[in-house]
Each structure stands twice: as C-alpha cells, then as structure tokens.
Design a protein around this ligand. Structure first.
Ligand code: GLN
Length: 254
C-alpha cells in the first residue's frame, strides 16, 4: 500500500476547553509527523454536545483546570460506552493530565466534588485538601520501549493505579501520578494517559510514532509497518534541552 493511500482518522475532544499548557501542540506535532511519513490526517474536533464520528483511529484530549473539567465531565462520561468500545478495539488514544484523569474512574476535586470518568484506565484521582502543594515541575521518566520521555507537569490531583492498570512510565525526576509510588500515567491497550504537558509530542517523537502506528494498524490491519524516519534535529534538541532542565530542576525520585 503506497503512502498516499494511508490516512488516519483523528478525533480531538473538546480542543477549545481542554488544552492547557500548550496541549494543542500534540495535534500540530501529530500532523507534522504524518506529513513526514506521507500519511493523511483527517481531524474531527468534538465539542460539548457534538456527535462522535462512527469510527476513529486516534483520540486526543488535553488537560484542563478543575473548572474546565467540570464543564466537560458529564458530556464526556455520556460518551463512555463508545470510547470504551474504541479502546477495546485498539484505537490509539493520548490523554493528558485533566483529560487523563477523566479517562479513569473519577476525579475528586479538593472540594470533594467527584467528576465521573469514562473508566478506560483503572485509575482513580483525588486532589488533596485546598492549599495542599501541587505537583509542578519538569519531568524526566522512563517509558520502557519508548525510552526516555520528558515534559512539564502541573496538577493537584494524585492518581493511583488499580490492579488492572500499568504505568506509562517510571519517574526519574518529577512527581508523576502522585509523588509517592514513582509511577507516571497509565496505559491500556493502545491508550496512553500521562501528566506530561509541554506539549508532549513535539519533544517525544517515539510516542508520536507509537500513536501513528497504532492508528494505522487499527485502520489497515496488524501487518502495517512504519518506516524509520531520519532523526528530527528539532525534536532531538527540544528533548535534550527538556531532559537537562528536568535533571537540573526536577524533583529527584529515590
Ligand atoms: N485540574 C486537574 C488537577 O489539578 C488537572 C490539571 C491539568 O490538566 N493541568 O489535577
């Protein structure tokens, strides 16, 4: 199958509400990487009250402060059946911070309000009492076969993995899910949840490639392969710079 025939269908959820700390950069980076591969990228933005497309190959949702999460939580939870079906069908997903929290079971705010999640990740998130310190800073973590990942975190909520959740990464510098257990984010099938803003994908091309490959395989079958691109000098430089800052300033993990 020649490159020009390959197109992935991307759904971006609440891009006008859930895109704090430059998370919209993930879609920009995804589109740019797809262009490098000669892969088409059809994007459907889904806002509050909009219908979901009949199918998708990749879903994106960014982060948001409590008030943004409150605005979309009920609308998102109402889409839970379709989103869980997509996750079980290995649709690629990238969910960031507040979006990640709402792809778990629930997010309980510092005021004790419980926002429902869609339950794709077996995680729960609870914010400590008002005035407790937030998890803020530069992050360096090990994401297994994806290698080292870098980004920026700013969240009050502490996320805890349930028995069916696997972490996206293990912390080296920064707080991660809760500042205690050394885990960062969660993965379920082809869905990735992470606290890494910045945005994530421009500095971590291996993650972008993983999402593109999963999206292609969802649409064209498991035999699809993705050729190796030459190193992207800008992404490499951005990654190295962010890693150096995290090593210098990020909260060390034991
Ligand atoms: N409101 C959530 C929290 O504070 C998520 C924040 C975010 O998306 N940056 O934990």
């Amino acid at each position: 199958m020649n490159d020009l025939a390959r197109t992935i269908r991307v759904v971006t959820l609440y891009p006008d509400v859930m895109s704090i700390y430059a998370d919209r950069g993930n879609l920009i980076a995804l589109r740019a990487r797809c262009r490098q591969y000669g892969i088409g990228c059809e994007v459907t933005a889904v806002g509050i009250g909009d219908g979901l497309p009949a199918d998708a190959d990749l879903v994106l949702i960014g982060g948001g402060q409590d008030q943004e999460q409150r605005r979309i939580a009920a609308d998102l939870a109402a889409r839970g059946v379709r989103l869980r079906d997509w996750a079980e069908d290995d649709v690629a997903m990238l969910t960031i911070c507040g979006g990640f929290q709402l792809f778990g079971h629930f997010y309980r705010t510092a005021e004790g309000e419980e926002l429902p999640g869609v339950g794709i990740f077996d995680v729960t998130t609870v914010a400590p009492a008002p005035g407790a310190p937030r998890c803020i800073g530069d992050v360096l973590a090990d994401a297994g076969d994806l290698g080292e990942v870098v980004g920026f975190e700013n969240h009050g909520g502490r996320t805890y993995l349930g028995p069916h959740a696997r972490p996206f990464a293990r912390m080296r510098h920064g707080f991660g899910n809760n500042g205690d257990d050394g885990t960062e984010g969660a993965v379920y099938r082809e869905a990735i949840g992470t606290y890494l803003h910045g945005s994530l994908l421009p500095k971590n091309p291996a993650v972008t490639d993983r999402l593109i490959l999963a999206a292609l395989r969802h649409r064209y079958g498991p035999g699809v392969k993705l050729e190796t691109l030459p190193p992207d000098p800008y992404a490499e430089r951005a990654h190295r710079a962010a890693a150096a800052v995290a090593r210098r300033r990020g909260r060390p993990n034991p």
